[in-house]
Design a protein around this ligand. Sequence first.
Ligand SMILES: C[S@@+](CC[C@H](N)C(=O)[O-])C[C@H]1O[C@@H](n2cnc3c(N)ncnc32)[C@H](O)[C@@H]1O
Length: 268
Amino acid sequence: MNKLEAIQKVVSSKIRTLAHDIAILNIPAEVEKGLQAAGSNQKFSLDALPPSLDWDTIKNNPAPGSEELFTNKENKRYPCWLPGDETLGDDWLLSSNYYPFYFRLYRHLAQKFQHPALLEFGVRSGYSGVVFAKAVEGPKSYFGVDPNLYVAKGLESAAATFSQLRKEGFGLQSFLIEGFSSSEAVQKTLSFSAPFDFIHVDGEHTLLGKILDLWIARNLVSENGYVLVDDFEHHGFIFESVKAACQSGWFSKFSYVPTKRGLAVLRV
Ligand SMILES: C[S@@+](CC[C@H](N)C(=O)[O-])C[C@H]1O[C@@H](n2cnc3c(N)ncnc32)[C@H](O)[C@@H]1O
């Protein structure tokens, strides 16, 4: 399959495709290979890879519930808590196996980094940033990229939330970039602050977008860092993207964390 055929396959298959997919025709050769791996029937088992973490140990650590995580010291919701989110889709916002699971992961895994840095593709209104800020003890940095596609003023809500967290003494530095992760300018900007200890891939929900984000993450993550891929079980193409990225040799370690929608944790 050549580049054009790979792209045609992606934009014509029965997955959600954004107009933006088609704009990224100048995709790197490695991403083209990733797309081809996703389209091939070659046998490859993620379970055969060594684990990226020991979830059985981490899962027993304590964590606050989402209500507590997203409530400030004045007993009010942070600005990231948007009207309607509580009833949007399933109970992702308040589920005990969604944000509290991320809390456990960040608290445990961040211990080995000094001043840990999280890069997130897909900020929305900033929920994940709050969890990171509260889970990681001591100073830490959060970098978020989002084109404000799903929520018009999402980055404004995130900025207001992070400002409150700073005033509350959570030691969070934050940098928000309005744009697409696929933008070369955005990638160049991020490269000046790389490597990142954690990268949360939760932005564009298409096969091409996910494979591209995994390739970008692979190049920006620190040697001992973690790439977290949300919705691993929620959309078939996300499972396919993770499999293709590992099959292409971008990551050599894999673990599955049973969050509400499934989470893949990868290491290079
Ligand atoms: C599922 S939401 C992210 C939720 C967030 N991680 C959290 O836990 O609160 C997905 C976000 O990805 C953003 N998005 C879509 N395409 C993107 C892209 N190419 N780069 C970065 N963000 C993107 C959308 O605007 C949306 O806000």
